[in-house]
Design a binder for this molecule. Structure first.
Ligand code: HEC
Length: 120
C-alpha cells in the first residue's frame, strides 16, 4: 500500500489556499521569475515597476529608475550588482543599496531580473 497523500488532501478545494495566494513561477532566467523576484526584493525601494522611488529610509538617496541599466548589457548589470560599481564608475552606497546581499543571487536570478527590467 502506498502511504502519503490521503484522499482528504486531494479533495481540499483550491479556495482553501486563499484568494490572495501569489502564484510563484518556476525559478529560471525568465521575465516571469524576474518580475516575481523584483516584487519581493527591489520594489520596496525602487518603486512599483522599478521606475524609481524614495526608499523607506528617509536618509537614503533616491533609488533610481532601473531602466537605464539596459544600456549596460547583461554582463555590466551583473558586474554592477556584484561589485557595487556602475559602468560609469559610480560607487553604490552599500548602506542604502544592499548590493552585497543582492550580489549573492546567482546568474540565473540576475539574468531574470535583467530581462524583466528590459520589459519596463
Ligand atoms: C533598501 C533599498 C534598496 C533595495 C531593496 C534595492 N535597491 Fe537598488 N538602489 C537603492 C539605492 C538607494 C540606490 C542608489 C544608490 C546610490 O546612489 O549610492 C540603488 C541603486 C541601484 C542600482 C544602480 C542604478 C544606477 O543607475 O546607478 C541598481 C542597478 C540597483 N539599485 C539594482 C537593484 C536591484 C536589481 C534590486 C533588487 C534585486 C535592488 N536594487 C534593491 C536602494 C535599494
Amino acid at each position: 500500500m502506498i502511504m502519503g497523500m490521503s484522499d482528504d488532501m486531494k479533495l481540499a478545494p483550491d479556495a482553501m489556499l486563499g484568494p490572495s495566494r501569489l502564484e510563484m513561477p518556476e525559478k529560471a532566467a525568465t521575465v516571469e521569475w524576474g518580475e516575481y523576484r523584483a516584487s519581493v526584493l527591489c520594489q520596496v525601494c525602487h518603486g512599483v515597476g522599478l521606475l524609481g522611488n524614495q526608499p523607506p529610509d528617509p536618509a537614503s538617496p533616491p533609488a533610481p529608475d532601473l531602466r537605464t541599466t539596459q544600456s549596460w548589457g547583461l554582463d555590466g548589470f551583473i558586474k554592477t550588482i556584484r561589485e557595487g560599481v556602475t559602468p560609469s564608475d559610480r560607487h553604490l552606497d552599500a548602506a542604502f543599496m544592499p548590493w552585497k546581499q543582492i550580489g549573492h543571487l546567482d546568474d540565473v536570478e540576475l539574468e531574470a531580473l535583467y530581462k524583466y527590467i528590459g520589459t519596463l
